[in-house]
Design a binder for this molecule. Structure first.
Ligand code: DGP
Length: 138
């Protein structure tokens, strides 16, 4: 697996505007912000997608994400925001290292724009699909 740009940031080989760091997590400003304060929160563990991440790193991310969100919103004077986490190139993942985007939404024209082509859940198909997922979780 080639070294990703985020691994280089973790290793201090390339600079970043760091906002938070602990033993398992690093957060820094996105180089191509969708709005002021657009922040990336990453595990130091080199997993590509969220489903491949250890429970330890997942827990460490979960513990600090709300705190970092609060800090970004306070620092930018913003109240609303999106959390975005892309997995796979079809799902718009470019950097092959797990990351959460914190994207302030200061007004309608800045921040994350979302297409949301909602369908309608068929009840019997939903029951069958939920059962399959529950079976996978066992
Ligand atoms: P994604 O599409 O979810 O993989 O988003 C990757 C994000 O990473 C994108 O918003 C731009 C950001 N990014 C890419 N390279 C760098 C970098 O070298 N430094 C910083 N700070 N951000 C980067």
């Amino acid at each position: 697996m080639p070294e990703t740009i985020f691994q280089k940031i973790i290793d201090g080989k390339i600079p970043c505007h760091r906002v938070y760091e602990d033993e398992k997590v690093l957060a820094f400003l996105d180089v191509g912000p969708l709005s002021p304060g657009h922040t990336l929160v990453i595990p130091k563990e080199p997993a590509v997608t969220l489903d491949a991440l250890s429970e330890e790193s997942s827990a460490a991310l979960g513990r600090v994400l709300p705190r970092i969100c609060r800090a970004v919103m306070k620092a930018t004077g913003t109240r609303e925001y999106n959390l975005l986490q892309n997995n796979g190139s079809l799902a718009h993942q470019v950097v092959q290292h797990v990351h959460f985007h914190i994207i302030p939404k200061p007004d309608p024209s800045r921040g994350l724009g979302i297409g949301w082509p909602a369908g309608t859940l068929d009840s019997s198909q939903g029951a069958e699909l939920a059962a399959r997922v529950r079976a996978e979780l066992r």
